[in-house]
Structures are given as C-alpha cells and as structure tokens.
Design a protein around this ligand. Structure first.
Ligand SMILES: [Fe+2]
Length: 351
C-alpha cells in the first residue's frame, strides 16, 4: 500500500488520469493498471524509472579524479538539461566553484550554483561520504585535505593496479599511464584499462561488466565497487579524517553537513545510522541514484522522524557512471525540498 502510494505520488499517476474524472470507476481501474505496470517495469529494470528534476545537488566535475567533464562543460550541460539549482560536490575539493561560477556568468546561463564538497571520511572503520553545502569556497583547509588525499592516492596507485593483476587480470603499464590524472590511478581507471585490454577478453571476472552483463550499466565504477571498494579483494586503505571532523570542518567553513547516499555506504543499518546522525549531520541525501524505492522510503522516514533536511543528488560523473544522468532520479517532494534547502541561512549568500 505504501509502495503504491509512493509510486502514485512519485510518478504523478493521478495527474495522468485527470481526463478520466467523469468516470470514477474507469479512473480507478486505469490507476490500478498503471501502478501495476510501473511495478513490473521497476522489477524488470532494477528500479531505473527516473524523471527529470530542476535541482541536482550532487554533481562531479573533472576536479574529481574520477569524473569526466570540466566545470565549464558541466555548467553547459546542466543548463541544457533544464536544471536550475545545482551544486558541484567534488571529492574533497571546492576547486571547481569559481570556474563554474565564471562559466555561468560568461555564458549567461540561468543556473544557481551552490558551493559544495563531498568529503571522504570514516566512522567506526566504515568509509563514508559527507556533503557540505554553503561552505566558503576559499576555505584553505579543503585544499590542504585534497592535496593530502591526492598524495596518498598517488602513492597507492600502483599497489591498487598490482592487486588487480594478482587476480589474473592483465593491465598494460602504458595504458595505465595514459589514464593517470596527476599521477593517480582510480579504481574506475583500472577497470577501464582492464576492460579494453584484449588479453582479458575471455576473463570470467570481467564478463559481468561487458555489454549485456549484469554490471554493465556503470561498468567502470561497478568494477571498482566489486573489486576495490572497502572490504573487497583488492581494497587499499586510505587514511581519511573521521566523520566527526568532516562535519566540524564543514560547519567551521560556514556550511551544513549532509549524509551522502547513505544506502550505498551503510545499507539500512539502523544502529550505525543513528550513531552517524548523532555526530551532527543536518541532512540526508534521501533521493540518490543509488537508492531504490525501499532505501529511499527508509531514509525519507528517518529524515522526517529526526526533522532533518532531505536533499537530492544524482552523483553525476560522466563515463565512469554512464547510467547516471544529470537531474535524473526519483523525487516525490522536489518543490518542498528545494524550498527547505534554499531557506537555509548558509545558502542565502549564494542566491
Ligand atoms: Fe559523489
């Protein structure tokens, strides 16, 4: 029942039936049919029904080593997609903000850009991402942290590649070097090189990431998640700050902290969630490309019960996650959430 009402609201089923108001029983039958049909499509396509939104608060530019498009390109694409309120939340860096702001001004784009960041951090041994909104884009601590993490990533890059080679997957050094950015090899880059190497054509480990395979929707990042993310066989540990420090740093820079795509990092672990929210988070990224209907509902309820801000973000990266499109995710309460977000005092300066 809750699921049906969620589908009804999220996909605006009632609106599509407005023409049938004169015949309530036919309207009822059609509504049941539409909801049933949508459930089937969701079941068959893995919850991929999406609709466009005007707001997307979780985008990545090439300032993130794992994203494809420059800040200028992302701005142009956002405007073309019909987005109006956006935030580039690069990994550990606010470096794209001024570039993107300049692009908006130069190209006279109708976009409101909110300064944001996505900090890598850890809590009780679990790696998390915390989003910071409304932060001072010139806060020096962020660039220092970004440099520290980049340095560590650079030093660990070859170890990452070698762990994949130990699985019998071929990786050509020249190809890896072509993909490196600032000397860094991300898991997604390693996945891309592995999948392009002809010597791996028959490797069963890689079958799922090739066309038609079960993990082929976002092959490079899925490779990373399956082999190289925390707890996986080729994981290499990086020293991140604590989640508590991440939240404090965001607040000290004038912003507020939001738990990014929690379903992706902690599933639906109630105890861990409570623990993390108690650290001082002020919002949850309820609407995320990574959350299916069940996880969205779970986090929506948690946010409502604790009176936390709900946010929405696609986590657009470009080629490493090709199935994720700008502003393209389910959100039942876009208007209300947008209003609540824009009402935050930390955001007012940027409107
Ligand atoms: Fe992200």
């Amino acid at each position: 029942m809750i699921y049906s009402s969620y589908l009804n609201k999220s996909l605006n089923v009632s609106h599509h039936l407005d023409g049938f108001n004169y015949n309530p029983s036919l309207r009822k039958v059609l509504k049941c049919y539409m909801i049933k049909r949508l459930k089937t499509i969701i079941k068959n396509k893995g919850n991929t029904i999406m609709r466009l939104n005007k707001i997307d608060l979780h985008l990545h530019s090439s300032v993130s080593n794992d994203a494809q498009f420059s800040p200028n390109q992302v701005m142009k694409m956002c405007a073309e997609s019909g987005l109006e309120i956006i935030a580039i939340a690069d990994h550990n860096s606010i470096g794209a903000f001024h570039i993107a702001q300049q692009a908006i001004s130069d190209q006279k784009l109708d976009l409101k850009l909110i300064p944001a960041i996505e900090l890598d951090c850890t809590h009780k041994g679990v790696n998390l991402h915390i989003l910071g909104y409304g932060i001072d884009p010139d806060e020096p601590w962020f660039s220092k942290y970004s440099q520290t993490i980049d340095e560590e990533d650079r030093n660990l890059s070859d170890l990452r590649a070698n762990k994949i080679r130990e699985l019998g997957i071929f990786l050509e050094d020249d190809e890896l070097n072509k993909h490196r950015i600032n000397g860094i090899l991300t898991g997604e880059m390693i996945g891309e090189v592995a999948l392009e190497d002809k010597r791996n054509d028959d490797n069963v480990f890689l079958k799922a990431y090739r066309s038609g395979g079960s993990r082929s929707d976002n092959p490079f990042v899925n490779f990373y998640w399956d082999f190289m993310a925390q707890g996986k066989i080729a994981y290499v540990e990086v020293n991140f700050i604590s989640a508590e420090e991440a939240i404090q740093r965001i607040k000290a820079a004038g912003g507020f902290a939001v738990f990014a795509h929690p379903g992706n990092n902690i599933g639906m672990d109630e105890e861990l969630l409570k623990d993390i929210l108690d650290l001082g988070l002020e919002g949850i990224e309820v609407y995320s490309s990574y959350h299916d209907v069940i996880k969205t509902q779970f986090y929506r309820e948690k946010a409502l019960s604790r009176n936390l801000l709900m946010t929405l973000g696609s986590d657009f990266h470009g080629k490493s996650k090709p199935s994720i499109k700008l502003g393209n995710f389910n959100c039942v309460d876009e208007k209300e959430l947008t209003k609540a977000f824009l009402n935050r005092k930390e955001i007012q300066t940027y409107l």
